[in-house]
Write a protein that binds this ligand. Structure first.
Ligand SMILES: COc1ccc(C[C@H]2SC(=S)NC2=O)c(OC)c1
Ligand SMILES: [Zn+2]
Length: 244
């Protein structure tokens, strides 16, 4: 099956069984410092829509948590379903959320480029944030308003002065485990940091995600929905929690 790599022992996503996660008192708080001026553009890459950042300096970084050193913000993107009953990549006690945000960072201390870091066991750190149906999210609305301009695959618009920390819950609690990219090349290079608390978004905002297309302008339209990978076996891994 092409969605599992031969010999993969740390594939993502996984189900997080709350009662099987192990509290680790040595886990530090995650420190997030993003500079909104590093925001570059939004584009539709045919899998999701992503907001990319200038990662040529250490202006937007995370440090602490389970990480040995600081990691630079490269991009963030989302995964979502055709309906609100599913859409997230990770599940908690086998519950799907309607969407999941991934903030992708790379280890620029040990590696010269993102492309190199993607191939290394400690190369990437991804913060996962669940989205649940509820109140309208004002910070997200800035993104939603830009989506019509990137409806088709390979369309891009300039996007600046966005601080993605507005999309991260203030509650410090998270789970962490060793995993992988969830699309090809599926490399086992990701330290996952999954926030326990979801953010709330409203129905119109989720529907806006579903107006995007997998297809390019001129092709027969296919709605961009259900862009999440199936759950992968936990194998010989423990999920640690930063909270009791
Ligand atoms: C060649 O390097 C890649 C390829 C694909 C993605 C996106 C995947 S991986 C993830 S987490 N969620 C996704 O949708 C990358 O993101 C770090 C990096
Ligand atoms: Zn992702």
């Amino acid at each position: 099956c092409p969605l599992t790599i031969p010999g993969g022992t740390r594939q993502s996503p996984i189900n997080i069984q709350w009662r099987d996660s192990v509290y680790d008192p040595f886990l530090k708080p995650l420190k997030i410092s993003y500079d909104p001026t590093t925001c570059l553009h939004i584009w539709n890459n045919g899998y999701s829509f992503l907001v990319e950042f200038d990662d040529s300096t250490d202006k937007s970084i995370i440090v602490g948590g389970p990480l040995e050193n600081q990691y630079r913000l490269k991009q963030f993107h989302f995964h979502w379903g055709a309906i609100n009953d599913w859409g997230s990549e990770h599940t908690v006690d086998s519950k799907f959320y309607p969407a999941e945000l991934h903030l992708v960072h790379w280890n620029a201390v040990d590696y010269p480029s993102f492309e190199d870091a993607v191939m290394e066991g400690n190369g990437l750190a991804v913060i996962g944030v669940f989205l649940k149906l509820g109140a309208r999210h004002e910070g997200l609305q800035t993104l939603v308003d830009a989506l019509p301009a990137v409806r088709h695959k390979d369309t891009v618009i300039e996007f600046d002065e966005f601080d993605p920390s507005c999309l991260i819950p203030s509650c410090p609690d998270y789970w962490t485990y060793a995993g992988s990219l969830t699309t090809p090349p599926l490399t086992e290079s990701v330290t996952w940091i999954i926030k326990k608390k979801p953010i709330e978004v409203d129905e119109d905002q989720l529907e806006a995600f579903r107006t995007l297309l997998f297809t390019s302008d001129g092709e027969e339209e296919r709605r961009m929905v259900d862009n999440f990978r199936p759950l992968q076996p936990l194998m010989n891994r423990t999920v640690r929690s930063s909270f009791q």
